[in-house]
Design a protein around this ligand. Structure first.
Ligand code: GLN
Length: 450
């Protein structure tokens, strides 16, 4: 049924980069056989899922939205892919994304611009916009994404679904094509909080293949989502994430969500996190720095594209030609920014300073969580913007992640849940919790989701 739905609507939604009916049906039959053989399968066995094209998959290509990986067939599954396969989920296909997860709209994909099912002339957010569009358009009940600066929560917010960024290290990066390794975090998309928690639980937990994977047990997210009460819970409203730049309808829905929390028995207080305003500029030094290092591996020798290798050119010339043709403009911009920020003489002034800001933001979170159990804000300052509106204005595009980035810089857990509509477009409520407090965001999210 989902493959049929994809065939019917994806021509206009553009959520998928790769769909392979035969492979999907073969996987589904495999699950039936395992069940018939008496194997105990998890609660999501047989449920179809769409994977962001940043997770490696042995039976489907993986491009990370880039021409430089066009046609690449990974020789191994990402841990997230492998664990979900083991749990009996069936892969529908690979979803569109901004190239190497750099962007907030999927307009930086080398292949397609995905569309928001609520209004096809608007973006579905990004970078995991194919995954959010697929779930919002009922092409898939579940999907995966990665959140480096907001790329799960922002697309979830603007497409009216649930998207969760686990605690950094709570979900494995093994087999996730790297963007910024100290920030990249795989997480779930679903149409309600409980489904997201079930998916979260199915792929999370310690992984020896990821050196930054945490050893602690997965927080009890499913139990928390089922519980869904906030009585007596202390909720902090982040003072800095309001005012100018926030659409009136976004602020109105956010305020209503806060009132709802209060009516359900939560104690709401205003909390100041004075350094959150510096998160965005710090992120745009740290993320490009890490990207410039990670993307050095695309050297025309080991993966995918190789341009101009006709015997007349040096390896260095082939690398330069390949990178010039294989990377899009935003990726090049980030590599240049990052290389500059890391270069000797500038390192202390830029990268070093940004890392200091990161510590200050961590202290803001720690101080806040001495007073409250969770922090809330709008997920993103505006509803889905029209395709093309910010495509030529990187700064306007970067502002979509104003509220989501602090939790990335510090590794905290954060979710976006739908909290109503503004002019017919979805608005998201962001709920942030301490590191390894993932269960709290599901608990609060389940209480207020609309
Ligand atoms: N939009 C942000 C960026 O372009 C975040 C991306 C992400 O979380 N992958 O870097």
């Amino acid at each position: 049924a989902h493959l049929d739905r994809i065939a019917a609507v994806d021509g206009s939604v553009n959520a998928f980069l790769h769909v392979d009916r035969e492979t999907t049906l073969a996987q589904a039959r495999g699950v039936d056989e395992r069940r018939a053989a008496g194997e105990e399968l998890g609660p999501l066995a047989g449920v179809p899922i769409a994977h962001k094209d940043v997770f490696t998959t042995v039976d489907m290509p993986t491009t990370a939205g880039s021409k430089i990986l066009e046609g690449w067939r990974p020789p191994y599954d990402a841990t997230v892919t492998a664990r979900l396969r083991q749990a009996g989920l069936v892969i529908l296909g690979k979803t569109n994304m901004d190239e190497f997860a750099m962007g907030s709209s999927t307009e930086n994909s080398a292949y397609l611009t995905s569309r928001n099912p609520w209004d096809l002339e608007r973006v579905p957010g990004g970078s995991s916009g194919g995954s959010s569009a697929a779930v919002a358009a009922y092409e898939a009940p579940l999907s995966t994404g990665t959140d480096t600066g907001g790329s799960i929560r922002q697309p979830a917010s603007v497409t009216g679904i649930v998207g969760m960024k686990p605690t950094y290290g709570g979900s494995s990066r093994y087999g996730v094509i790297a963007f910024a390794s100290s920030l990249d975090t795989p997480g779930p998309f679903a149409r309600n909080v409980l489904d997201a928690a079930l998916l979260h639980e199915a792929f999370s937990g310690h992984d020896v293949m990821d050196s930054t994977s945490v050893e602690e047990a997965v927080p009890p997210v499913v139990e928390a989502a089922r519980r869904g009460d906030v009585n007596g819970l202390r909720v902090g409203v982040v003072k800095e994430f309001a005012g100018d730049g926030y659409q009136a309808g976004v602020s109105a829905r956010f305020n209503e969500a806060v009132e709802l929390l209060e009516s359900l028995g939560a104690k709401v207080v205003e909390v100041s996190c004075p350094h959150f305003s510096y998160a965005l500029p710090a992120y745009y030094l740290i993320a490009p720095s890490e990207c410039s290092s990670n993307l050095a591996r695309f050297d025309a020798m080991r993966y995918g594209l190789r341009v101009g290798d006709d015997g007349s050119r040096s390896a260095e010339e082939v690398m330069a030609l390949t990178r010039a043709e294989g990377f899009g403009p935003e990726v090049k911009r980030r590599i240049m920014l990052g290389t500059y920020a890391l270069s000797s003489g500038y390192y202390d002034a830029y990268y070093g300073k940004a890392q200091q800001v990161r510590t200050l933001i961590k202290r803001d979170f720690e101080a806040a969580f001495e007073q409250v159990d969770v922090l809330v804000s709008p997920t993103t300052p505006t509803t889905a913007f029209p395709i093309g509106e910010r495509a030529d204005d990187p700064i306007a595009m970067y502002l979509a992640d104003l509220c989501t980035i602090p939790a990335n810089l510090t590794g905290n857990a954060a979710i976006s849940v739908p909290c109503g509509l503004s002019d017919g477009l979805p608005v998201g409520l962001q709920i942030m919790a301490p590191v390894l407090g993932d269960d709290r965001v599901y608990r609060v999210g389940a209480a207020v989701e609309r």
